[in-house]
Design a binder for this molecule. Structure first.
Ligand code: AMP
Length: 629
């Protein structure tokens, strides 16, 4: 597709121009979404390389940054609109030389040229503009761009200049925390004033802001988003966590301080990659081990590294405490207490770390919003602001009821609905489940939306796993799944295995990507297929239960066959074969099964197996007199 070159101004896109990564978004009747590149990348590294024959932007520039160090610029956002003297004073550490340009403004000195941070920003913005035009098939000339809440006038003007150089009219600049709140639709449903904290922990920086949202007084006005206070630390983030893990790896390898100074750049890079990889895995697992192959005379050639989540949490604890102190300071600045805060929103890749989430939850005494990807939430909010400016938000689903039922997948591919459509929000419901296989230590929780009975006919909202359940016989674990949809329409699903206390959760925004037309279609489909769906659901449930019965009865029969009357054994075996045949057939095609007949065969088998059950209990009492109940 090529852009339409007519003079129409085209849509307004949203852009998060980030220090490390940037992204473009749009918000149409399906809600906000990221505009991906042709190869599917959603984030664009904010890295630019100046080659003799042209400029390289994004992933290729990032990947070659070390090889082409003298021609590559990263983190230019840190210099935007600032004087060179100010950057020196703040001790900014960047892999290139910062020099004073016109009016003393910070510029970047490369191999054979000097560039301004605005020019670097313009290359990133132009790459996003091209990406948006390819994805939308339209010319794009206008954008909403996000900036940190603490950006002053000079930094904002420099951002606007970068846009102009990229052929983009920056129609509005939105504070990053405000964008994060907009992405969640905060402030839109509420008729009352709301106070929101945005906790943003990225790779190199930490910011926390308090926002106040006031509903419009007149119908044609917008919600007012006001930043009451911000605080942060420009040298605190995920990179520090990587450094701590690297130190730990070097400690374990017995490399002393002096030797660390002499490590090659390649070895340091390999160690850093390994540390970051371990950090990612520790966000999902309790323990990780990695085999690291190294080419450095000061290090062992191969190194086995093991770290537990709890030791990693111990390492980063002092840094987390610094972020929490900043949260306390920002509240004090805004003259607020934690009890005044209505919502907490998480932004930045490092907020995927469970200990970060826990620290925030403990301090604010409320679970933070994590449903949106923390790397995309600011960019999505820019898209929402763009669509507000275009005045086309009326089609979006902003409801005070859940438009479609919500549930989870059960064994066999059926859906157990926990919340039915049109329930008013906020609403909660819970249901108890168990395992279907002996010794099962992990359960997949697949969250679904829709009116149909089978997983394949519903919309998947997300999957998470409840892991490390102690092995128990099938049916013994007590897994409670709770659904909570809050007043903003955000769904939190929480699962806990009561006997072991293991728990896991997920948050999603069910209305994202849904249009009113789609809701209507899903509803009418459910009427059309109601009879067939009910039949399929019933057969699936029968199959699952019958399979458990067959398993138990055949095992018991093997144990006590010799003690039973052969005619009884023969009739029970015949009934077992009948049910097995029904199970097999129902697995092939549910529509061919007579559910009543299947039900009747299963009932008959259950009834006939009572004698077997009694014999099995008597046998086990003889073997172990203490085991009867
Ligand atoms: P940002 O600057 O917001 O893009 O955040 C980047 C930081 O988030 C980097 O330090 C990443 O290592 C970190 N990060 C990304 N994903 C994860 C994860 N799953 N667990 C821990 N840290 C992560």
């Amino acid at each position: 597709m090529t852009p339409d070159s007519n003079a129409s101004p085209g849509p307004i896109i949203g852009i998060d121009l980030g220090t490390t990564n940037s992204l473009a978004s749009i918000c149409d009747e399906r809600g906000p979404r990221v505009l991906a590149s042709r190869d599917g990348s959603r984030l664009l590294p904010s890295v630019v390389r100046y080659d003799p024959d042209g400029v390289v932007v994004g992933e290729a520039a990032r990947a070659g940054a070390i090889r082409h160090a003298t021609r590559t610029v990263s983190s230019a956002k840190r210099l935007l609109g600032r004087s060179a003297a100010e950057c020196m004073r703040n001790g900014l550490q960047l892999p290139y030389q910062v020099v004073a340009g016109p009016r003393g403004l910070a510029c970047i000195k490369l191999e054979d040229q000097t560039v301004t941070p605005q020019e670097v920003g313009a290359h990133v913005l132009a790459a996003l503009r091209t990406r948006a035009e390819e994805s939308l098939g339209q010319t794009v000339t206008r954008a909403v761009v996000t900036v940190p809440a603490y950006f002053d006038d000079a930094q904002r003007t420099a951002t606007r200049d970068a846009g102009r150089l990229a052929g983009l009219d920056v129609v509005r600049m939105v504070n990053e925390p405000t964008a994060a709140a907009l992405a969640y639709g905060l402030g839109e449903r509420s008729a009352e004033e709301r106070t929101v904290v945005v906790y943003d922990l990225g790779g190199g920086t930490f910011d926390v802001s308090v926002l106040r949202m006031s509903p419009p007084e007149e119908e044609d006005e917008e919600t007012l988003y006001e930043v009451l206070a911000t605080a942060g630390d420009t040298r605190l983030g995920g990179d520090d966590f990587d450094q701590l893990l690297m130190n730990r790896i070097l400690d374990d390898a017995g490399v002393d301080q002096d030797a660390r100074e002499g490590l090659s750049l390649e070895a340091l890079q390999a160690l850093r990659r390994c540390a970051e990889q371990m950090k990612f895995e520790l966000s999902n697992r309790d323990q990780v081990s990695l085999d690291l192959q190294l080419e450095d005379r000061l290090l062992p050639r191969s190194l086995r590294v093991e770290v537990t989540r709890s030791s990693f949490e111990g390492m980063i604890q002092p840094l987390l405490e610094r972020t929490i102190k900043a949260c306390a300071a920002v509240l004090a600045d805004a003259k607020l207490q934690t009890s005044d805060i209505d919502r907490v929103v998480l932004v930045g890749g490092s907020t995927r770390i469970p200990a970060v989430r826990d620290a925030v939850e403990t301090f604010f005494d409320c679970p933070p919003y994590t449903a949106l990807d923390p790397d995309e939430v600011v960019g999505l909010g820019a898209g929402v602001q763009a669509s507000i400016l275009e005045g086309n938000r009326s089609d979006m689903l902003l409801l005070d009821v859940i438009p479609l039922s919500l549930g989870i997948e059960t064994v066999g591919g059926a859906v157990a609905k926990l919340l039915t459509r049109n329930s008013s929000i906020p609403v909660r419901a819970s249901e108890r489940f168990s395992t279907s296989i002996d010794g099962q230590t992990s359960v997949k929780i697949h969250v679904l939306q829709g009116e149909r009975e089978l997983v394949d006919d519903c919309r998947s909202l997300g999957i998470f796993h409840l892991t490390e359940i102690p092995p128990m016989p099938a049916g013994i674990p007590r897994i409670e799944v709770e659904f909570i949809v809050d007043a903003d329409g955000v769904l939190s699903v929480h699962a806990v295995e009561r006997r072991s206390g293991r728990q896991a959760s997920i948050q999603v925004v069910p209305s994202f990507g849904l249009t009113p037309e789609e809701v209507d279609r899903i509803e009418s489909d459910s009427f059309t297929h109601a009879r067939a769906d009910m039949h399929a659901h019933r057969v699936i449930d029968l199959r699952v239960n019958a399979a458990l019965d067959v398993k138990w009865i055949s095992e018991a029969l093997e144990r006590v066959r010799d003690e039973l009357d052969p005619t009884y054994v023969q009739s029970l075996t015949g009934l077992l074969d009948d049910v097995r045949a029904q199970i097999r057939l129902s697995g092939e095609d549910v529509t061919r099964i007579d559910a009543d007949a299947f039900h009747a065969s299963k009932e008959l088998l259950d009834k006939e197996s009572i004698r077997l059950h009694e014999a099995a209990i008597a046998a086990s009492l003889r073997e172990d007199p203490g085991s009867g109940s």
